[in-house]
Design a protein around this ligand. Structure first.
Ligand SMILES: Cc1ncc(COP(=O)(O)O)c(C=O)c1O
Length: 346
């Protein structure tokens, strides 16, 4: 079975496992006035992440989900409005932020085009018409199929938000994929943003964890939100050690995943039973519109699985395929054959 459901399937490397075994640990939940815990490996990971992202501070959280949730709940008080679009992970999956408890935030939707790129005019409209506490972006865009926001786009949206005194948070679960695709140093890409969350546990391959990065004052407050959410960890250096290896050794490798996604897309693009926009194949995802086949995405997914390929139906029309470290060129060629065989049959 070839499994292209998600890069969350990436397993920790040998080097990560060794680093985890050897990690020096302490009580990360016992903090000083500056919010610094007693686990030296967690502190090292937080310093490394902050430096990498060009922000003053960073906080280790158990998941991307909690990183986003902690960001939203630290930026805003209950009852405040947050600019989002409907397909953002932050809105769709971090539901707790927009329910009465614990977040109590109110979503204020801006529009995107059909590639999931935010519409500047629509953002302008909600910023002008409503009292917004925070604006959220996502890059790479999960539902959009791994496409990236350029530095120019991020900067112009941040400039607009700043004119209104509104902070901007980026769900950058896969921001290192975007930085590679755009050939822009990640700290430059995120420079204008107030806060960024990125995941260690997707293509970077760590078993657990994400980083929330921002100013010293913001992260000090975010540590309180993390505690409120039950996310304070103790000898978390065992996990942070894998995160350090992920940052130091796995970022450049993501380019292989991008090449594999491109190869897969090229091998299947000619099928008349699917629709595939090659411009949207930028990082480690391929998003297929299977509606020309006359089947819905769920049926298409089942047909693929019966032939040995797992993929993810993300809506009635779309199937998402994601590449990661354990997927080699042979797997990609075989996956393309399976998709082509399925298309011939429909
Ligand atoms: C864009 C995006 N943000 C956040 C997350 C949440 O990360 P986690 O699974 O670590 O909670 C995901 C997970 O797939 C994601 O794709």
């Amino acid at each position: 079975m070839i499994d292209l459901r998600s890069d969350t399937l990436t397993k920790p490397t040998e080097a990560m496992r060794k680093a985890m075994y050897a990690a020096e640990v302490g009580d990360a939940g016992r903090t000083d006035a500056a919010g610094r815990g007693e686990d030296p490996t967690v502190n090292r990971l937080e310093d490394l992440a902050a430096r990498l992202m060009g922000k003053e501070a960073a906080m280790f959280v158990p998941s991307g989900n909690m990183g986003n949730l902690a960001a939203l709940m630290t930026h805003c008080a209950a009852g405040q409005r947050v600019g989002v679009e409907k397909k953002l992970h932050v809105y769709h999956n971090e539901k707790a932020a927009f329910q009465a408890r614990p977040g109590g935030l109110i979503p204020e939707f801006f529009e995107t085009d059909d590639q999931s790129y935010p519409q500047f005019e629509s953002i302008k409209t909600i910023l002008n018409q409503k009292q917004i506490g925070l604006l959220c972006l996502e890059s790479t865009h999960n539902y959009g199929g791994g496409n990236c926001l350029t530095r120019e786009t991020i900067d112009s949206i941040c400039e607009l938000a700043k004119e209104k005194g509104v902070a901007v948070h980026l769900d950058g679960a896969r921001i290192h994929n975007a930085a590679l695709y755009l050939q822009t140093p990640v700290a430059e890409l995120v420079a204008a943003l107030d806060t960024v969350m990125f995941c260690l546990s997707k293509g970077l391959g760590a078993p657990v964890g994400s980083m929330l990065c921002g100013s010293d004052d913001f992260i000090l407050e975010a540590r309180k939100t993390r505690k409120f959410l039950g996310g304070t960890m103790r000898q978390a250096g065992i996990l942070a050690a894998a995160g350090i290896v992920a940052i130091e050794q796995q970022r450049d490798r993501l380019i292989e995943d991008h090449q594999h996604a491109r190869l897969l897309a090229e091998r299947i693009a000619d099928n008349r039973n699917i629709r595939l926009d090659m411009d949207s194949v930028q990082t480690n995802m391929v998003k297929l519109d299977v509606s020309p086949s006359g089947r819905d995405a769920q049926a298409f997914q089942e047909a693929l699985e019966s032939r040995g390929l797992k993929a993810n139906a993300v809506s009635d029309r779309f199937i998402r395929l994601v590449t990661y470290r354990e997927i080699g060129t042979d797997d990609i060629l075989r996956a393309a054959e399976i998709i082509n065989a399925c298309c011939r049959e429909f």
